[in-house]
Design a protein around this ligand. Structure first.
Ligand SMILES: [Cu+2]
Length: 484
């Protein structure tokens, strides 16, 4: 499942899921599909006494909205009728500020946590299925699990939440999320996955190559709060302006380890780095790297109170040109996904830089969505109702054709292979070690040498890449590489 996690800046958000399938995923044995594959969107709402939603903006809230009423798919504490068989659930935490540590019990034996199997994360299937009796999920994280209800025919089961999760505020009923009512018998015919075990390997996850050492940290970011109450990354808020908020300039295609630190104060921060997928390689100061995190690619990681997390990623395939073109080069963002923190500027930018010596001009840029050509446009309700004007079938089809004609992802495999090959030719590379505010906006300060073992994991990609025209030009120009 890939979900655009920029839900909205407004708090009174209606969140939903787009579930994306492909043939490879559908061919995994033992994985429930169709009506047995269900998205569950978690939220935690705060209401006024008249039944309207409590609005953090008008109430001047600048820290968190924890909410005492839990919703799943828009319903408070709902139940779901299930058959005694396997289901796949895709969880999204769409709460404004609340994280969950969920577990499942049969109501007859409410002290015994029922095991389930974690199979997917923010970036799709895990490398391997991971049994667990608890699922930690923070805002904008997505986790997929397989639950087997076959031993619980005719019983009620409750999805529960730990007490005192993180620094979140507890209320009377925040220990329960939803109920499953398991029917006495299956009502639909058996499906192939019902009696199939999940395979030991779910897919070949494109993990970045391993870190050069256990101490590699290329950039360090502290998520905190300024004396005046603004939410900051390395002391900078989004409002400090387009130059200051560029906190990192990874070179296109380079693999970097970022250290993300919770700066304290009793908050937890789920950190979302846009447009790349990372692997969580360490967590200190609280929880360890969770077993299912170890085999996942992610784009959000939860920094609980006191925690420091390291994530590794290849900053590729494209240079910039996404979110907000506020400086000469386009910025890609990273931010806290506590929506209140995010709305109060806990957001930084990074700019994936051009490799000027790349030797070929790569014309495929998926352009800035703030460009008027891609922005939402106002429309008349009557057109929406009558399916006329912009909602006319042929107008919609033409618009889709416009986007298709951009061929934004046409050569992505070739570009990625070429970038990997390019970085394998580097005998030295620049790495910025910055722990202080905005150091990375100035010249890089540290030169690191790449050892031959550090790149060995990607060697197989070289062969494939050298057969493409693009990588030939890279090979020819690699010798002239100068570090920008
Ligand atoms: Cu935060």
């Amino acid at each position: 499942m890939r979900l655009t996690t920029r839900l909205t800046t407004h708090i009174l958000v209606k969140a939903g899921l787009y579930i994306l399938h492909d043939d490879e995923e559908q061919a995994v044995p033992g994985l429930p599909q169709g009506t047995y594959d269900i998205g569950l969107v978690l939220a935690s709402k705060r209401y006024n006494s008249d039944g309207t939603l409590w609005d953090p903006d008008t109430n001047g809230e600048t820290t968190s909205v924890f909410g005492d009423v839990f919703h799943v798919n828009g319903q408070p504490w709902p139940h779901l009728k299930v058959e005694p068989r396997k289901y796949r659930f895709r969880f999204l935490d769409a709460a404004v500020s609340r994280s969950f540590q969920m577990y499942l019990v049969a109501d007859k034996a409410s002290n015994t946590r029922v095991p389930f199997t974690v199979v997917g994360s923010d970036a799709g299937l895990l490398d391997s299925p991971v049994p667990s009796t608890q699922l930690d999920i923070s805002m904008a994280e997505r986790w997929e699990v397989v639950v087997d209800f076959s031993k619980f025919a005719g019983q009620n089961m409750t999805l529960k939440n730990n007490r005192d999760v993180a620094a979140d505020q507890d209320y009377t009923d925040t220990d329960k999320i939803m109920r499953f009512i398991v029917s006495a018998e299956t009502t639909e015919p058996a499906q192939s996955w019902d009696n199939q075990a999940l395979p030991a390997k779910l897919r070949n996850v494109p993990f970045p190559p391993p870190a050069k050492s256990t101490t590699q940290v290329d950039r360090s970011f502290t998520f905190g709060r300024s004396g005046s109450g603004g939410w900051t990354i390395n002391g900078v808020t989004w409002g400090d302006g387009p130059e200051k908020r560029v906190l990192a300039k990874p070179q296109r295609g380079n693999v970097e380890v970022w250290e993300l630190k919770n700066g304290g104060g009793g908050w937890s921060h789920p950190i979302h780095i846009h447009l790349i997928d990372f692997q969580v390689i360490s967590r200190t100061g609280g929880r360890p790297v969770l077993p299912y995190e170890k085999v996942a690619l992610k784009d959000v990681v939860w920094l609980n109170t006191g925690e420091t997390v390291r994530v590794i990623a290849r900053y590729a395939p494209w240079d910039g040109l996404y979110m907000a073109s506020l400086v000469k080069n386009t910025q890609v963002r990273f931010h806290c996904h506590n929506l209140i923190h995010e709305d109060h500027a806990m957001m930084g930018a990074f700019n994936v830089s051009f490799l000027a010596d790349l030797g070929y001009s790569e014309k495929t840029h998926f352009l800035d969505p703030m460009d008027p050509a891609y922005r939402a446009k106002s429309f008349a309700d009557s057109d929406y109702t009558a399916r006329s004007g912009p909602y006319d079938d042929s107008t919609i089809q033409n618009r889709i054709n416009d986007f298709t004609s951009l061929e934004a992802y046409k050569d992505v495999d070739k570009v990625e292979a070429a970038l990997e090959a390019y970085w394998l030719t580097k005998t030295t590379l620049l790495t910025v070690t910055s722990t202080s505010k905005a150091t990375s906006t100035s010249a890089p300060t540290t030169l690191l040498t790449v050892t031959s073992t550090s790149v060995a994991a990607s060697t197989t990609d070289t062969t494939a890449a050298t057969s493409s025209p693009a990588s030939e030009s890279i090979t020819q120009t690699a010798a002239t590489q100068t570090t920008p």
